[in-house]
Every structure is written in structure tokens, then in C-alpha cells.
Design a protein around this ligand. Structure first.
Ligand SMILES: *[C@@H]1O[C@H](CO)[C@@H](O)[C@H](O)[C@H]1NC(C)=O
Ligand SMILES: *[C@@H]1O[C@H](CO)[C@@H](O)[C@H](O)[C@H]1NC(C)=O
Length: 172
């Protein structure tokens, strides 16, 4: 009996290990809710056009329609279907005296600090090692769809009902 339990536990640990996503390897981004509104769980990231070459990251439930992205070392690049041959980088935008701030996708390889800290954790979780970043937040917001935000250091984030703290998982 004890042996069976042990084997089952070992198997579970084995199947839970994830293969690490490699540098430059393409993936789609899926949410995993860790606190707050569960309706934001398992959603896929796409880009919401906001201007010439700029976009916000938003989420829906259609994997096929999700945009592809990759990490180029610490730069988070989107494969934007608008104009090819132009790199599009994800950048945090600092919001003064706020608990969380927006992000912007814009042409280039990511601005210093705000676009140069993205790394994989535990194989396929995307985090930001930038010192002011404390986590990801998804909220129903100004586009009236779930939208990506980041929580900022120094604030105690109270997760309001229209938001959830999430992990971003790279799915290859
Ligand atoms: C998902 O997206 C694909 C590609 O845009 C589209 O062809 C398909 O109809 C969508 N599926 C649903 C259920 O909306
Ligand atoms: C990776 O980023 C560097 C700039 O930091 C750029 O020169 C290079 O072309 C990028 N590679 C890809 C595949 O986008």
C-alpha cells in the first residue's frame, strides 16, 4: 500500500515537470490564475491595435487566434502580423503612485529596464526580473476585454473583482 502511494506520487512529480522553453523558441501565452476572478484562467494573449505600430496585450479563449511571441534573451518579442520584418517588443509602463501599471507593445527590441527583464522561471513561466516588477495582473479594462497589467513594487495589491493575479505560461 505504502509502495503504491509512493509510486503514484513519483509519477505525478514526473509528469508535472515541464520542458524548458528555449531562447528564440516561439510560443503562445496562456494565463493561470493564482488569485482573484477565475474567469481569467486559461486565456490566450493577443495584441490589441492602439496606434501606428503600438498595441496592448489582451486575452480571449481561442488558442488558434492567439499571437505568437518569443524571448530574445531578456527581450519579450511579439510576432506581430501587421508589418513583417519589424520587431515588436513588450514594455512595462510605470504608473506613479499606483499599485499596477499598463504595458505597451511597440517597435524595437525593448527599452532599457522596462523592456529588458523578461526570463523563464520553472521552464515555461514568464516573469520579469526588473526590480520594480512584482507580478502579472489581468483586468477587464478600457478595451472592455481582459487586458494585461503588471503590479509594481511598494504597493499592497488588493485584487478587485474585475481582476486576477495570474502567471503567464509559454505554450509551445
Ligand atoms: C478561432 O480563431 C481562428 C483563427 O482566427 C478562427 O478561424 C476560428 O473560427 C476561431 N474559433 C472560434 C470558436 O471562434
Ligand atoms: C535579438 O535582439 C538583438 C538586439 O538586442 C537583435 O540584434 C537580434 O536581431 C534579435 N534577434 C531576433 C531573432 O529577433
Amino acid at each position: 500500500m505504502r509502495f503504491t502511494v509512493f509510486v503514484t506520487a513519483a509519477l505525478a512529480a514526473f509528469t508535472m515537470s515541464v520542458e524548458a522553453v528555449r531562447n528564440l523558441q516561439k510560443f503562445k501565452v496562456q494565463t493561470k490564475v493564482i488569485e482573484g476572478n477565475r474567469k481569467f484562467d486559461g486565456l490566450w494573449a493577443s495584441l490589441y491595435h492602439t496606434g501606428a505600430g503600438t498595441a496592448d496585450v489582451y486575452f480571449h479563449n481561442n488558442r488558434t487566434a492567439a499571437f505568437s511571441a518569443f524571448l530574445n534573451h531578456t527581450q519579450f518579442q511579439w510576432v506581430y502580423t501587421g508589418v513583417s520584418q519589424i520587431p515588436y517588443a513588450l514594455n512595462l509602463q510605470y504608473q506613479t503612485y499606483a499599485a499596477w501599471g499598463p504595458l505597451e507593445v511597440s517597435p524595437g527590441y525593448g527599452s532599457d529596464y522596462y523592456g529588458k527583464g523578461f526570463v523563464f522561471k520553472n521552464g515555461n513561466q514568464i516573469v520579469d526580473k526588473f526590480e520594480e516588477w512584482t507580478g502579472w495582473l489581468v483586468c477587464d479594462w478600457w478595451h472592455q476585454v481582459p487586458q494585461l497589467f503588471w503590479t509594481q513594487i511598494g504597493a499592497k495589491v488588493k485584487v478587485i473583482p474585475s481582476c486576477a493575479k495570474v502567471q503567464l505560461i509559454a505554450r509551445t
